[in-house]
Design a protein around this ligand. Structure first.
Ligand code: HAM
Length: 468
């Protein structure tokens, strides 16, 4: 029998009509003004025009590298059944215990905003019978994830990930390939990174290790944080992932999982490292790296910016690993898998800092960018009427323009062109319309040139020093 939709009581939602406040970003990038009608939710972030250049660049870099390595773009819903993540990420993990946005849907079912996408892709793999496709099935994705974490620099409640997943093959070359893709994605964006890598073995390898680890942690119980005291019983491996300062000396002295790997897990891991060496990917072995999600088996890795090197989890630009039990855990047939995800807000922060530093060091860089801005100004009502058609024709010819058709006076339009640092402004008046020409005004020298509108693209390319 179908459950009746619950009535949602919007009456109780308080809608205050206090004046809209100006959003101010504090140092960590968070809006500090709260409680106003149009404020931003804590931990959420708008992607503003000044950052869009980086977002577009990242998307293109992600698409380019994924498709070159044979991954196919895939999109899954933002809203999923909460049970999917509880089964796969594990009850003892922070994401499930503290961070997942779970709520009751109108039919009473428990749904959530996806905290990550690997489990979603495993669900899609099963749901669409992808085990019948030629294996491996390689998918890439790009989109928002949600975790109700404590907001701070580099940590948001809505954040974006680019990720690649490979389902269906258990081979060390697959793990290495994914690391190579993640590493080179960052490299293509000009970011040098270093890979931290470890193997946490198979579930069987871990059985004996966990007995050893639990015994060790019990002897150190008094020195651990409150969360870790509970983890000893619930999920001892998670202690190794604790970020609390107090626990670090205990973690460093803990028995190392690498010593407990079976011969086959060891040789699998050695192969992954050999492939990375061959591919010139710099890596460092980190015996305490276990990752914060329960679905991993064998290879686990994280990528850090080269200059910060050893870093806190906040500075990890991305992470991933092998998850040979995941598909089975969420209801499919045993299917090996491996993947990674990169946190895009953290990548943008690096790109923005680098661009600002460069712009300060070298003002010419800014001028090179500015040289690309072309402003379109109209003079008179008839020119305004024709403007949209001309702008569209020029767009089709590959000329992209800034304009403000709402402004009437030429002086005001030229002022705006100056504010946008446009190198050239196109001016269309009545005479030019009759002659089929347009004026190109060099904004720095003020020199104007009349050109045939059909030859405008070539004329602009010549002026901007772009080779056609
Ligand atoms: P994860 O380590 O939870 O792994 O997230 C991957 C990356 O997403 C992190 O390294 C970080 O850059 C970014 N990230 C995570 N949480 C936040 C946050 N609250 N704010 C900003 N950025 C964040 C996964 O999500 C796995 N699904 C990765 C994977 C794919 N494993 C196998 N396949």
């Amino acid at each position: 029998m179908e459950k009746k939709n619950k009535e949602v009581k919007l009456k109780n939602v308080e809608v205050k009509s206090t004046p809209v406040d100006v959003a101010v970003e504090d140092e960590s990038g968070f809006v500090s003004k709260k409680g106003k009608f149009a404020s931003l939710l804590r931990g959420m972030k708008d992607i503003l025009p000044r950052e869009s250049v980086y977002w577009k660049k990242m998307y293109h870099a992600a698409e380019d590298i994924s498709e070159a390595y044979g991954f196919v773009y895939t999109e899954t819903p933002i809203l999923e059944d909460a049970a999917l993540f509880i089964r796969s990420l594990g009850r003892g993990t922070d994401v499930i215990e503290k961070e997942m946005y779970v709520f009751e849907d109108r039919d009473g079912s428990k749904v959530c905003l996806r905290p990550e996408a690997t489990a979603s892709l495993a669900r899609a793999y099963i749901y669409h019978g992808m085990h019948t496709y030629p294996q491996p099935v390689k998918m890439w994705y790009y989109g928002p994830m949600f975790r109700h974490d404590r907001p701070q620099a580099g940590r948001y409640r809505e954040f974006h990930q680019f990720g690649c997943e490979n389902f269906g093959v258990h081979d060390p070359v697959v793990d290495a390939e994914l690391i190579v893709v993640a590493y080179n994605f960052l490299r293509d964006l000009g970011i040098k990174s270093i890979v931290h890598i470890n193997s946490i073995g198979t579930a069987e390898d871990r059985q004996n290790y966990l007995i050893e680890l639990t015994g060790y942690l019990r002897t150190k119980r008094g020195y651990l944080c409150e969360d870790c005291k509970k983890r000893i019983v619930k999920n001892p491996l998670r202690v190794l992932d604790c970020k609390n300062e107090q626990c670090q000396p205990i973690i460093e002295e803990a028995p190392q999982i690498l010593d407990w790997l079976s011969v086959s897990s060891k040789s699998f891991f050695t192969k992954v490292l050999e492939y990375l060496g061959e591919a010139d990917v710099p890596y460092t072995l980190r015996s305490t790296l276990v990752r914060g999600l329960d679905y991993y088996t064998e290879t686990v890795f994280e990528l850090y910016p080269e200059e910060t090197g050893e870093g806190s989890a906040q500075s990890a630009l991305g992470g991933g690993g092998r998850y040979d039990l995941l598909v089975e855990q969420v209801g499919g047939q045993p299917t090996p898998g491996c993947g990674f995800a990169i946190g895009l807000e953290r990548v943008v922060a690096i790109l923005r800092n680098a661009a600002e530093k460069k712009a300060q060091e070298n003002k010419d860089e800014r001028q090179i960018l500015d040289r690309q801005v072309v402003y379109f100004a109209h003079l008179g009502e008839q020119a305004r009427q024709r403007a949209l058609k001309i702008i569209e024709n020029l767009r089709r010819a590959g000329v992209h323009l800034y304009h403000n058709l709402g402004k009437g006076a030429l002086k005001a339009q030229l002022e705006q062109a100056n504010k946008l640092h446009a190198a050239n402004t196109l001016i269309l008046g009545q005479k030019e319309m009759q002659d089929g020409t347009i004026i190109i005004r060099d904004m720095e020298s003020g020199i104007q040139e009349i050109v045939d509108i059909k030859k405008l693209k070539t004329a602009l390319e010549r002026k901007m020093g772009v080779e056609s």
